[in-house]
Design a protein around this ligand. Structure first.
Ligand code: ADP
Ligand code: MG
Length: 405
């Protein structure tokens, strides 16, 4: 086994009342990894974490730093692996500081109480999790979110090489959620190994360097976030149609869960630009229309949208004129489409040709959310053509598009 391998699982199975909850799981984990365990409710994430720290006695082999955990007693395991789980039930009114100090238990002699050093360690992690001011309070009297932070402090106080977190931020405000994941990432950067069951896929993609997707007690996918979070995997794990893209504002991975139903509608060509057409295209996409769009310029958010949603699109290099060839391919798409829509777009000298192309529409719909005069940057040139188009079109607004399509 390599130096860096801290956890090696082979053929792990776990059953409750004859029902197999985990089925033949293989997993190798290296020092310093921050792994997100994802998957729908009931996939087996919590059960797997409890097998790793020995609470659940599983079949198969689980080795921690080369040692079979079934051969280690609870205290020895607890010096290597900590688990923060959701269903930690504390009914006795311990003081918060005593709950955190319980994290030191595996390190202390059986009869020896806490040392000054233990207090220092506990206080250090309480400061970090902003729970120091709760020290004297009773654990039974703090809020759900506070309790979760106290349990995180206890887990850190255990100072293990492997840290297992089961949905550690389930009842936390967003600020604390970020804080816990930030800190978990920092820990993994410092050589700790973190495995966290994470409900929120965006959070998982953002913080973890590896994701393990589970469903029905097996591992469906294992790899880097971008490899695991594919439309195909999300379909088989969660049964949803997802569109995965990099959010151009945050630069982070984002998901659009498609509400598109199976029903196929007609074909629609959308003329837009400057971000004016994305909402229209999304609406049509959800309705099941086959959409095309153009001409759009590289760098335009409408083009970005079309590409992410797999919409056929005629495009043009930034700041370039529409060439005859590009113009003709746009016209061809318009002629093939049952409907052509002109969105509430700005008119510039470069896109007048898109309005000309619209003259070829079988049925033309114009979306006018704002008066065309305030969108005109051609000193009226585009408006003449636009008004001509309007006389042949159904004119509506974004909000009323559903009356037509
Ligand atoms: P996850 O954490 O991914 O939501 P769990 O590991 O909690 O999934 O559960 C996996 C499966 O095991 C589920 O079908 C769940 O109903 C079952 N299960 C978990 N714990 C118990 C238990 N104590 N008794 C019976 N079934 C259980
Ligand atoms: Mg769970």
């Amino acid at each position: 086994m390599g130096e860096r391998m801290v956890l090696e699982i082979k053929g792990l199975s776990f059953s409750i009342d004859e029902r197999k909850i985990l089925k033949n799981i293989d997993l190798k984990v290296e020092k310093g990894e921050f792994i997100g365990l994802i998957g729908p409710n009931g996939a087996g994430k919590s059960t797997l974490l409890k097998c790793i720290n020995g609470i659940n006695k599983a079949e198969g082999s689980i080795k921690v730093k080369g040692c079979e955990i079934s051969k280690l007693d609870g205290r020895k395991i607890a010096r290597e692996i900590s688990l923060m789980h959701q269903d930690t039930l504390i009914t006795f009114p311990f003081q918060v500081i005593d709950v955190v100090l319980m994290g030191r238990y595996p390190h202390n002699g059986r009869l020896k109480g806490e040392s000054l050093e233990d207090y220092e360690i506990a206080r250090r992690y309480m400061k970090l999790t902003e729970t120091l001011e709760l020290s004297e309070r009773k654990i039974t009297n703090v809020s759900g979110g506070e309790r979760q932070r106290v349990l995180f402090a206890k887990t850190l106080t255990q100072e293990t090489g492997i840290i297992l977190l089961d949905e550690p931020t389930a009842s936390l405000d967003i600020a604390y959620q970020e804080q816990i994941f930030d800190y978990a990432r920092e820990l993994s950067g410092n050589g700790k190994t973190v495995i966290a069951a994470v409900h929120d896929l965006k959070i998982a993609a953002r913080y973890c360097n590896r994701l393990i997707l589970m469903k029905d007690g097996i591992i469906l996918a294992d790899g880097k976030p971008a490899e695991v979070l594919t439309a195909e995997n999300l379909k088989s794990a969660y049964g949803v149609n997802a569109i995965i893209y990099r959010n151009s504002i945050t630069g982070q991975m984002d998901f659009y869960i498609s509400k598109r139903n199976g029903e196929k509608k007609g074909t629609v060509h959308v003329i837009g630009g400057g971000g004016s057409a994305s909402g229209v295209m999304r609406y049509l996409f959800e309705r099941g229309y086959t959409i095309s769009s153009g001409v759009l310029w590289s760098g335009d958010s409408d083009l970005r949208f079309a590409e992410v949603f797999g919409i056929k699109c005629i495009k043009c290099d930034p700041f370039c004129e529409i060439s005859e060839e590009i113009y003709q391919s746009n016209v061809a798409l318009i002629k093939e489409s049952e409907f052509t829509i002109i969105s509430n777009m700005p008119f510039g000298n470069s896109n007048i040709k898109n309005l000309e192309a619209a003259l070829n529409a079988k049925r033309l719909v114009i979306i006018e959310d704002e008066p065309p005069e305030i969108r005109d940057y051609t000193e009226g040139k585009a408006l003449t053509l636009y008004n001509e188009l309007k006389s042949k079109a159904i004119v509506t607004t974004s909000a009323r598009l559903h009356e037509i399509l």
